[in-house]
Ligand binder design. Structure first.
Ligand SMILES: [Zn+2]
Length: 327
């Protein structure tokens, strides 16, 4: 009754540890965003507190309450919206106090730290103290997309479980079977998800994600034929978003790179592997006007721009140069 599609290696490992009574007191789930880390953590919390034999049963009161985040022994610690940059020492102090109390109604108190790489320096040291002398009946599950940003002393005290992106065919099958999507729609979402099923499910819930993407791609396609003035105006708009959030610009550049990678694939006759499969007619038309060498050079320029922005180059200048170098 693990609710995770795929990831059988991880679920088998945890199932065996449960069966043999060899559960670690702390786990570190590593993997890209939306790959399934939180679902796995929730299922493990259900399994250790489940009232029935086939754990996690998904039927008992305890399993239901954990799934609804209404179980007093299941705590999720993540970024507070108003303190967006790190998980604070106060949040971990509250957790520390709770670790010294016995479970209220379950067998284990489970703490999930969603975004362990976002722990502040003090918060990380505080977690380390808990991990060094873990109180009984406590299970701590750290989730991270960025393992290298964790203190090595924290990582070494946890059992590491890695979740890798799923094969796209598996994501597609889940979308068709469990969410009743057409093959074409499922195929598109599977490709865009990059094997992280949660990304595809988010796009199903929030229709604006796909419509916004279509708008952005229309801009990318249009700029190829646009005047220098329009290109520079686009660079200025994108640079203005940089100060509000670097991620938006880095996501935009990933989309640019993906678009131009698709152009190169079409140019080389490999349409099967393109990501923006719903845009194939537009891509094919654009590819006719370009050479493979020209596409490759521009892809390198996009990569270089991404690196420059990471190294704090002036965003407007870097993006303007990118626009001017577009074939
Ligand atoms: Zn149960």
């Amino acid at each position: 009754m693990w609710q995770l599609a795929g990831h059988s290696r991880a679920t088998t490992l945890l199932q065996q540890s449960l069966r043999n009574g060899q559960l670690s007191h702390a786990y570190l789930f590593v993997g890209p965003a939306h790959v399934g880390k939180f679902t796995l953590a929730m299922n493990l919390a259900q399994a250790v507190n489940c009232d029935l034999e086939n754990r996690p049963c998904q039927e008992c009161t305890s399993c239901h309450r954990i799934a609804a985040s209404k179980h007093p022994d299941f705590r999720v610690i993540d970024l507070l919206p108003e303190k967006a940059k790190s998980i604070s020492i106060d949040q971990i102090r509250n957790m520390q106090t709770e670790t010294h109390l016995p479970p209220y109604e379950g067998k284990y108190k489970v703490f999930v730290i969603d975004g362990a790489h976002l722990l502040s320096h003090e918060a990380a040291n505080s977690i380390l103290k808990i991990l060094e002398e873990p109180p009984p009946n406590i299970l701590i599950i750290l989730l991270t997309t960025s393992e290298s940003a964790l203190l090595p002393t924290i990582a070494s005290r946890c059992q590491r479980v890695e979740l890798r992106p799923l094969p796209l065919g598996l994501v597609r099958d889940v979308l068709v079977k469990d969410h009743h999507l057409t093959q074409d729609k499922a195929d598109l979402l599977a490709r865009l998800s990059g094997g992280c099923l949660g990304c595809a499910l988010l796009a199903l819930q929030d229709k604006s994600l796909l419509s916004d993407r279509e708008q952005r791609l229309a801009n990318i396609a249009h700029l190829h034929e646009a005047t220098t003035r329009d290109r520079l105006a686009y660079a200025a708009d994108l640079a203005a978003t940089f100060s509000k959030g670097r991620d938006k610009v880095s996501d935009a550049l990933s989309e640019w790179l993906q678009w131009w990678r698709d152009l190169l694939l079409i140019k080389c006759g490999n349409t099967r592997w393109i990501m923006n499969i719903d845009q194939e007619p537009v891509l094919s038309k654009q590819a006719e006007t370009l050479s493979a060498a020209g596409i490759s050079v521009f892809m390198r320029v996009i990569g270089a721009t991404t690196v420059q922005l990471e190294q704090n180059a002036n965003p407007r200048l870097a993006l303007e140069v990118l626009m001017l170098k577009m074939p």
